[in-house]
Design a protein. Sequence first.
Length: 265
Amino acid sequence: MKQGRLANKVALVIGAGSIGPGWGNGKATAVAYGREGATVICVDKNAEAAAETAELVKAEGAQVLALGADVCNEDDVRRIVATSMDAYGRIDVLHNNVGLALLGGPVDISLQDWQRSLDLNIGYMFLTVRHVLPVMQRQKSGAIINISSIASIRWLGTAYIGYSAAKAAVNQFTQAIALQYAAQGIRANAILPGMMDTPIARIALKDDAASEAALVARRHATSPTGAMGDAWDIAWASVFLASDEARYINGVLLPVDGGMTCKVI
């Protein structure tokens, strides 16, 4: 095992695949964890996507395991945690990266999409945390990183009420865990990505612009830097929060947004 900031840690990355070509947040984070010496368990509903990421992690010289699972299903969550424990005996980092923005305001979103938004953005986190926390309690250590969004604290000009509400719930969910388990050596923090140029952003919002080029240009223009961030910005923030360098950082909602949430307008 290579030495690095996450040497001797086992990281369970939920949503490690990418929905399309390129680097999604979970895919980049899994590779970054491996690059820093962690053993990485890549979980995705698309087993082929999980395996693709696992090959990239392996190329970094890290131990890796790929698992297909629907993390909205508790039996699947129970299985991946048990498999991880059988393989490595511990889980030091739980990284929750699954999420999807379904368009629609409170009047026009369907009840099905409202519930799906809750399931895919906060419901599955309850299940993964529910089954990983007992492992971390026995270890008396662990770091939980939940991927939220600046849409949880700001109106971004796009109506996706289910996504915004669910991501807001992620923030308080994270802080409640952080405080309840702090004395047991367990930390929980959330990352709030801003405008990121990732495959899921292009796919999820494709109907909200005249063309992909118009969507990309509009998203670049919203950033104070003049450009969107990318998956590696989320990955390296995640590495820091997962590492012992962040041992006294707990309950933080960290925007990674180029300063967008500091803007008045």
